[in-house]
Design a protein. Structure first.
Length: 403
């Protein structure tokens, strides 16, 4: 699939030293997946899915096939050059709320037909993933060699991260780290990495970093896919509720179901924004929203583990993509302020202070009282916190009568 394929993987693994100021005594390290040739770790899965489709015969070797993918942008952008070099066309179906930059980039490829589907729930036939499956079926019925690569359900996805991303991190750290933190868009990264790490050291903890509005936090904590937005009977697709692109889900995909996760935490849009500006100010890293979300979650996890050990804590996370694809959304002051969010301060001291304020929550934003998995699974003041005092009171009353 051309020289592009040869550039995939082997990304830098870097220490984010400025983050140690937010979690004293801890180190946060990051796999710089934005350095892959198309700018994301999706290069790894695009290559793996195309190779698998050619190997199983659903795409013809030597070109002439059609690859159909439902994508929030990055996977389609990763597929396009590889498919082009291999002689295949691409039909990319994107939700209509993705950043304009992603659509423009896709439309620059001569082999790509980029279509927008109205952003909707996965239960709708017009959801971009369902639309992609339908288009592939129609193309096959019309006699084309078409395949829907379906990153959400495709096993080649988590395997690419297992054999690539995770193996590289393992070699780079020699297995010496306390925890791995990642968000999930398809779940491929966290599934592949958690399998790889847990098989070698079950003591390594794996944490899901979830954006606001996604149902996965509840899935990990309580076994049920749920987002608080649903409580208000305004069941909306999570993307309406977050400005963080590409991560968060309202369902359990085949890839996500393979992940072995110890715990989850939610990061609000406001806090992800502050972290993105912090990383730019103190590391010179211009990153996308999901990278910022991962880094803040990694800091919070490090602070939490720090409470339980005197040993040096090292947490590993992923830099998913750069800020260049988000000039019209996450890195656009007008857009951010129209969404009711404050643009983070330019001043270094103010930015450091704002970041410190966000570094210690380990909770979903509306459940700030979470302190841990076992001891507190509901906000303080909820009924289960009243059970022990009530039993104690009853025992005292009964004893009074008996004695
Ligand atoms: C920008 C961005 N970051 C992170 C991810 C998460 O990766 P994964 O699909 O492996 O869960 C995605 C994927 O959908 C993405 O588009």
């Amino acid at each position: 699939m051309g020289a592009q394929a040869a550039l995939i993987g082997g990304t830098a693994f870097i220490a984010l030293e400025s983050l140690s100021a937010l979690c004293p005594g801890c180190e946060v390290w990051a796999k710089a997946e934005h350095l892959n040739p198309s700018g994301t770790g999706k290069d790894r899965i695009a290559l793996a899915m195309l190779a698998a489709a050619e190997a199983e015969g659903s795409l013809p070797y030597g070109g002439g096939g059609v690859v159909v993918e439902g994508s929030s942008g990055s996977t389609a952008i990763a597929l396009a050059p590889l498919a082009l070099a291999a002689g295949h066309r691409v039909v990319a179906v994107l939700p209509d709320d993705v950043s304009d930059e992603k659509v423009a980039e896709l439309r620059a490829f001569p082999n790509v037909d980029a279509r927008l589907a109205r952003a909707s729930s996965i239960s709708s036939p017009t959801h971009y993933a369902n639309e992609a499956r339908r288009i592939a079926r129609d193309l096959r019925a019309a006699g084309e060699r078409a395949v829907c690569t379906d990153q959400f359900e495709n096993d080649a996805n988590w395997r690419a991260h297992h054999d690539g991303t995770a193996r590289e991190i393992w070699d780079e750290t020699r297995g010496r780290f306390s925890a791995f933190v990642a968000s999930a868009g398809t779940g491929g990264t966290i599934a592949g990495a958690s399998h790889f790490f847990k098989a070698r050291d079950p003591g390594i903890k794996v944490y899901l970093a979830d954006p606001q509005g996604s149902s996965l936090f509840s899935r990990v904590r309580y076994g049920v896919c749920y987002a608080t937005q649903q409580r208000e009977r305004v069941v909306r697709r999570h993307r309406y509720d977050t400005i963080v692109d590409g991560v968060g889900l309202d369902r359990v995909t085949a890839n996500f179901s393979r992940a072995i996760i110890d715990d989850a935490l939610t990061v609000s849009d406001a806090d992800a924004l502050v972290m993105a500006h912090y990383l730019l100010r103190f590391e010179g890293l211009f990153l996308g929203s999901s990278s910022a979300l991962n880094c803040l979650a990694a800091v919070r996890v490090a602070n939490r583990i720090r409470e339980t050990t005197t040993r040096r804590v090292r947490v590993v996370t992923i830099l998913c993509d750069s800020g260049h694809r988000y000039f019209s959304r996450f890195w656009n002051r007008d857009f951010v302020e129209r969404r009711g969010l404050a643009w983070p301060p330019d001043d270094a001291a103010a930015l450091r202070e704002a970041s410190l304020e966000t570094a210690f929550f380990f909770a979903t934003p509306d459940l700030h009282h979470f302190t841990g998995r076992a001891e507190s699974r509901a906000p303080l003041g909820q009924p289960h916190h009243m059970i022990a005092p009530a039993v104690f009171f009853l025992v005292v009353v009964v004893l009074e009568f008996v004695m």
